[in-house]
Design a protein around this ligand. Structure first.
Ligand SMILES: [Zn+2]
Length: 471
């Protein structure tokens, strides 16, 4: 068996890992889009690193676009085989991929107009709605913790990993003529005792592990501290400064967590009188699917339902779908809370809210998750004083704040806890993916100290053969 790392190598987006068996069976784990990589992003996504016709199966860990976003391109380029995923991941991918196609087409129209490109010179979207519809038809729904046939000699299992609704680690039992390999791909490892999603489940012993490492060098604060920090930001911005609290948040996962946290604060009578907007059509749809799969949420949400039946809806909160209603919030001077995508502030309606609000010190931009260093969110988090948005230079006068403990990714102790049910002596290799190199190096050192050996940090495009008997 060989593994080729086609994305999320020394970076956090574009997850794509190709498992190649000696009989040429080829399985792709995730098919994610690169995001927030500056000018290179389009070219990185346009390049097809694997021959789609050579693939036997695709196994998808979860619906986030950096794991699923290039599936329609793979299908457009000729992939006709199965895409295995859990039921909630499948439902979420329908809306996520349609939204992604919409963004592609809008972005390309904008770039072509701006650069005067027409005819043969014009940029093309990576894929369209038609490709998305075809992609959805190739999904095969698999129940959690149920063994399924992936390809000849390969059995698979989805093991919930607590990251977002429907997310799971992928466990493959691979039988080849001369070797048997139990491969664990962790996907994005979630957290323990978060407000919405159930804890990660312990995966069986693996020989080879492809492990995420986003927060390999960080420890999160307690999630209860996050709610207090959120409340502090609300009081400070709305009551004291009378400004707008702009929260860039991924439509899927983070938005529902923030809405639930605000709902709890409101139930306890802690929120001031304020209008709260979830300004993202995708977030609105993702919230509806979260309600549909509420049996996958944790006990806290179920307990909350005894006081308020709708965890994601209350009087102060409105979901905004129409563009005109979003524009009205921009022009309004009234203090309010705006939760809008994307989390990295590189695209979507939140970019407009930041564009209009960044030069007013009354406002606060509150980040609640990771942003690529080159993205607008990454630049603001680094404390840059001037940023360019839609080609215009903007002075950063709004307050920039951050709550890291709301992350859907485990910190290095939580990731190590996740791996603690593995006997390090039985592991032939651990490959760290989905992390910046510095974080990966620290995580490697930490795992080494915990007794894990044979840890490698692959390069983008590198092919590695896990040794049967590593020395
Ligand atoms: Zn994710």
């Amino acid at each position: 068996m060989k593994i080729k790392f086609l994305g999320a190598a020394k970076t956090v987006t574009g997850s794509k890992h190709l498992i190649e068996l000696w009989d040429n069976t080829r399985i792709l784990l995730d098919c994610g889009m690169f995001q927030g990589m500056g000018k290179e992003t389009y070219a990185m996504n346009a390049d097809e690193p694997v021959d789609p016709l050579s693939l036997n199966a695709v196994v998808l860990s979860h619906a986030h676009i950096d794991h699923s976003g290039l599936l329609p391109k793979l299908v457009k380029d000729g992939y006709e085989g199965p895409i295995y995923a859990t039921e909630a991941t499948t439902a979420l991918c329908e809306i996520m991929l349609r939204d992604s196609a919409f963004i592609q087409e809008a972005d390309v129209r904008f770039s072509n107009k701006r650069k005067g490109r027409t005819g043969k010179d014009a940029y093309e979207p990576l894929y369209t709605f038609t490709d998305v519809e075809q992609t959805i038809s190739q999904f095969v729904v698999i129940k959690e913790n149920e063994t399924f046939h992936v390809a000849e000699g390969v059995k698979g299992k989805f093991i919930p990993n607590g990251h977002i609704l429907g997310s799971a680690a992928v466990y493959l039992e691979i039988d080849e003529i001369k070797e048997h390999t139990n491969l664990l791909y962790t996907g994005d490892i979630g957290r323990y005792n978060t407000c919405l999603i159930r804890n990660p489940e312990c995966p069986p012993q693996a020989d080879v592990i492809i492990c995420e490492s986003t927060y390999g060098d960080r420890l999160h604060d307690d999630t209860l501290d996050a709610e207090q920090e959120l409340l502090n930001a609300v009081i400070h911005t709305i009551k004291e400064k009378k400004g707008k609290l702009i929260i860039p948040a991924f439509s899927l996962g983070r938005t529902q967590e923030i809405v639930f946290a605000l709902n709890k604060l409101d139930l306890y009578g802690l929120l001031p009188f304020v209008k709260i907007y979830v300004d993202s059509p995708l977030a609105t749809d993702a919230t509806a699917i979260t309600k549909q799969f509420s049996h996958l949420l944790n006990r806290e949400v179920k307990r909350f339902a005894e006081s308020r039946p709708d965890a994601f809806g209350f009087g102060k909160l409105s979901y905004i779908k129409k563009k005109e209603d979003s524009q009205k919030i921009n022009s309004s001077k009234e203090p309010c809370i705006i939760i809008s995508a994307s989390g990295m502030a590189d695209a979507g309606r939140v970019k407009h809210h930041i564009y209009h609000g960044i030069e007013d010190p009354k406002n606060t931009i509150l980040f609640v998750g990771y942003a690529e260093p080159q993205s607008l969110g990454g630049k603001l988090q680094k404390g840059e004083k001037t940023v360019t948005i839609y080609g215009d230079s903007k002075e950063v006068k709004a307050e920039i704040k951050m709550i890291t403990s709301m992350s859907a990714h485990g910190d290095y102790m939580e990731m190590t806890k996740y791996l603690s049910c593995q006997d390090p002596e039985k592991i032939r290799a651990i490959y760290l993916v989905h992390g910046e190199e510095e974080a990966q190096k620290k995580f490697k050192e930490y795992l080494n100290n915990k007794g894990f050996k044979h840890i490698l940090i692959p390069e983008l495009g590198e092919t590695i053969v896990p040794h049967i008997n590593p020395s």
